[in-house]
Design a protein around this ligand. Structure first.
Ligand SMILES: [Zn+2]
Ligand SMILES: [Zn+2]
Length: 134
């Protein structure tokens, strides 16, 4: 490998690392949130952020979360779990409830469909927004 290529490979890897580590465990940032967090410290274009998010998703390092109807969110937690979406502040949270595999089995039995997973998004108000309402 010549020096230039090695440099490019390392650069790509480190950009991917930067994008990955900017997604905190338990948080569900959007691409714009990630972009904002990264560009506070270093230079990166929004396009590069999107491209690296795509690579990370393809490599199953992160997951897309379709919990917020407005924007795609990203998650570092890879086990199957449910989400809460606050309709007021728009924040997405994890639910500490077990994944109900029985629903998959039941739906599969009734439909003959090969079911891989299901998603549940609970909607309402987070604790903070609920407190503000009082
Ligand atoms: Zn809220
Ligand atoms: Zn999550």
């Amino acid at each position: 490998m010549n020096k230039d290529i090695r440099h490019i490979v390392r650069r790509r890897t480190s950009q991917r690392e930067i994008v990955l580590t900017s997604i905190c465990m338990g948080k569900h940032p959007s691409a714009r949130d990630i972009y904002a967090a990264i560009t506070r410290k270093e230079k990166m274009s929004l396009g590069t952020v999107y491209r690296n998010l795509q690579i990370l998703e393809d490599e199953k390092e992160i997951m897309c979360v379709k919990a917020d109807p407005e924007v795609m969110r990203y998650d570092r937690r890879l086990d199957r779990h449910y989400h809460l979406h606050c309709r007021k502040c728009g924040e997405v949270f994890d639910v500490t409830s077990r994944y109900h595999e029985d629903i998959d089995k039941e739906a599969s039995k009734n439909s003959g469909f090969v079911i891989e997973s299901h998603t549940i998004v609970f909607t309402g108000l987070c604790q903070e927004c609920a407190d503000k309402k009082k």
